[in-house]
Every structure is written in structure tokens, then in C-alpha cells.
Design a protein around this ligand. Sequence first.
Ligand SMILES: C[S@@+](CC[C@H](N)C(=O)[O-])C[C@H]1O[C@@H](n2cnc3c(N)ncnc32)[C@H](O)[C@@H]1O
Length: 494
Amino acid sequence: MTRPLDPRARFPDREALAERIFSRYATIIDDADALFAALRRPLPQTLWANRLRISRERLAELLREDGLASTALPWWDQGLRLDAEARPGLHWGFFAGLFQVQEEVSMVPVTCLDPQPGDRVLDLCAAPGNKTAQIAVAMANRGTVVANDSSRGRIPAIRQTTKRLGLVNVSVTVRDGQGLHARAGGFDRVLVDAPCTCEGTFRKSRVPQIVADDVRQRTARIQQRLLTRAVSLTRPGGRIVYSTCTFSPEENEAVVDAVLRAHPGSLQVRPIRIPGLNHAPGLLHWGDQSFDPVLVGAARIWPHHNDSGGFFVVVLDKAATAPGPDEAAAFFRPAAAPDEWKQPFSERFGMSSAVWDGLQLVRRGGRHIHAISSDHQAPQAPAPDVLGLPMVRRKSLPLKPTTAAVLLLGHHASRNVVDLDAGQLGLYQRRETAVMEPDQLLRCSGPGHVIVRFRDQVIGLGQLIYDRETPTVWLHSFMPKAWGPVDAGSASGE
Ligand SMILES: C[S@@+](CC[C@H](N)C(=O)[O-])C[C@H]1O[C@@H](n2cnc3c(N)ncnc32)[C@H](O)[C@@H]1O
């Protein structure tokens, strides 16, 4: 689970590139020596515990038993930091949805958004869904997270994440966020994790780019329109968080300053203070431009502050007296699916009807019956492309639960559960067949689907096949093909 990761070895000219990129910010960097020292170091790996499934402490123990030492992030009680060489995206716990791999500094905006169970939250630029997942877990899998992105090609990444982590309070829309319909709105909280020039990802970027001025200006115009839209979609008294993974003041303070000017008296900057997280204040000047002094409450996080990547974050509280969205929100009403779709969970796995508390089963065409939190309010326009989690394949006999369903509910099973040893885990992950020992079958009632566990954690679905002649019992693996390992060295700030 390790491989060499030394950007200096692969890119000997990185030092010169860093000089060129960061010389632009010479007047606003608080400690240039510390910054360049951080840029030379490989980036630590970070992840957060999916507390719907496991505590940070138990997760750290499981990782340690597999040789992955971690330390707790000082500023967020779900986060863990690992060595730069660690590859947690290849660990079995990742596929079991016990954690999400995410850059430390990218975890900050959702901490500032502070979503609450039952809220209605919009993630305006959501793909690949790291912050969507953070929001959904913070909301205890209740309420509404609308994960929107303009890029259809990036939606599958959101779906894989929600399925692995078992998030039933997320619906996905595909729209240009600059023009999202007013009737979608009335959100309690909106995150604008805007497309940007990504200078903050220097440490993990394979080929860092020098940003042309016209690109910076064009990006800033889109960002301003996205933030303006977010303000109008937020209910009076709600909260907006604007973030980028770039240092450019044109894309950060200047964007927020313009939006503040356009909404006099409607928005208040809430100063960011997170104990244990270091950052610089927002800028009040850049070149010949001056910004609203309230922007001192924004956070500029440089790589040397917390040994991370770079980010800009600002929190805007919308006044209770400010105007809301132009039109009343209209909600999507999915068709309810009959209870017979719950049958494989009760009959084969002995789950009680209580496991469905807080969930509704819905159908919308497609191959699956989906589950969504019962208080979910997806917008009618744009209608969601994806609603909650796929639970059961509609045209399978016997009815086949999905891996997402098994990861979500499997810990409630009282029968047809098998526990694997380490050798069998490897076979299961490679989608190969394993021989079961008699003592592994004590809770099984015969051939058919089984919930597969490793070290007391549900890892997926399998099928028992009985060969009466030999006699042998085989476990056939249903590990999803699409669940490839995460390349934690990818180049975005997500
Ligand atoms: C920085 S990434 C978001 C990362 C994401 N929040 C996460 O944490 O995983 C910016 C995203 O904005 C999307 N995007 C770009 N222009 C957009 C627009 N006009 N409306 C909505 N999304 C847009 C991109 O497709 C990209 O997925």
C-alpha cells in the first residue's frame, strides 16, 4: 500500500516553477521560507471517518493493525493524517465505506458551513462529491443535500461516493449553477466550492500550471455569477460558504467584495475561527484595489500553515430581513415503491421493519428501487438525476440487494452473514471465489445471497454456492467492478 512519492524526483524543475507561480504573491505571503519548505515536502495523506459507520478512534485502530499509522487532525474530530507514502484508498475499509480520502484543507469549507440534521443544503459545484459527502454525514443522513454540478461526466464520481458511504439524503442535479432555477431554492445553507485556477494544489499536482491573466479574469466572472446565484437561492437567515483552492485575490476577496456591494445590508461575513487550524486573514488590498474591511474575517490557508494544500474560505450569513428566492420552492414528489421490495432484507437476512425508519423507498424507472431519507426535499426543477441510494435490482430473481444497500443496512442482519479471514478478503476484493469453512456457515440457511464481513465490518454482498458432491461451499464475490482504488495523488483540490 505504499509507493514512492517525491515530486522533486519526478519534476526537477518544480522549484523554478514554484518561484514563478508564487512570486506573484510575494507581498501577501506571511513567511516565504516556510512556504517554500512546505512546497518541497510531499503532501501528507488525510481522510475522515464516516461516523455513520465508525468512530475516528476505532478507524485509527483498524488502520494501525494494517500498518497504517495515523494522527488525529487537531481541528476536526473526524479527520486523520497519514504519511505521504500511505495509500489509504487501497485499504479494505475504504471499499467498506468506513472513510473518505480527502485533502485536509479541502475539509475546511464544510466545517464552516456547519450543516445540521434535517437542513436543506445545496452544494452548487459538487463533483466529485467529497464535500457533499461531508455535508451528508454531518446531517446524520437526514434532510436534503442537493449535489449539483454542470459537468455530467463528473456525476458518476458523486454516485460512487454516496453508494460507498451509504448516504440516503443526497439527490444529484446536473445544471449550470449560474442559472439554477429560483424554485429549487429556499436552502438553509449553500456551499459554493467554485471552479478556480487551483494554485493551492501545487503540492499534489503532477504538472502545476502558470495561470494566464485572461483565464483568471474569466474564471472570476463565473465565480461571481455562481456566488450571486447562491445568495438568491438561500433563505433569509441562511448561510453561504464560498471557497476556492487558489490564492488569486481576483478569484477570492474580489469576487466576494463585488457580491457584498451588490447586496448592501443583506450579507454579513462571519469571521472564521477554528481552534487548531492556522490561517491568515482575508486581504483588504490587492494592487490598486481595496476590499470591504469585513473580509478580514475570511481565511487564507497557505500550505505552510497546516502542512496542507492551499484554500480560501469565507462564510456569509444572510440577514433574516434579506429577500429570499424570487419564487416559492417546489419539491420533487417521487413515486413510492411498495413494501414488497423490502422482502430480501427481512426474509433472507432477518432484518426487522425498524431498519426502514426514516427511509422511503421510491421508483423512477431505471434498474433499481431507491431509498431516500423520508424528510428529503429534492427540487422539482431541475428534477434530480439521482435520488438517494439504489437498494434492489428490479428485474432480479431472487431479488438482489445492491452493495450500497448491504453496506447501509448489513449490520442489522441476524442471519446469512459470513466473516472472512485475511486470505479470503483478498479473493473477495479480486472478485474471485473462496472456499468457506463449516464454522463460517453457522449463521447461514443455505445457498443464496450473504452479507460479507471482515473484522466485524460489513464489506459487501456475496453468494453461497453449495457443491453437494465434493462437498464444498463456495463464496462468490459481488464486489462491484466500478469500485477501483482511489489515486490519492490526483491533481485537484477536492
Ligand atoms: C473545485 S471543484 C468542486 C469540488 C467538490 N466540491 C468536492 O469537494 O468534491 C469545482 C466543480 O465545479 C464544477 N463547475 C464548473 N462550472 C460550473 C457551473 N457553472 N455550475 C456548476 N458547477 C460548475 C466543475 O465541474 C467541478 O466539478
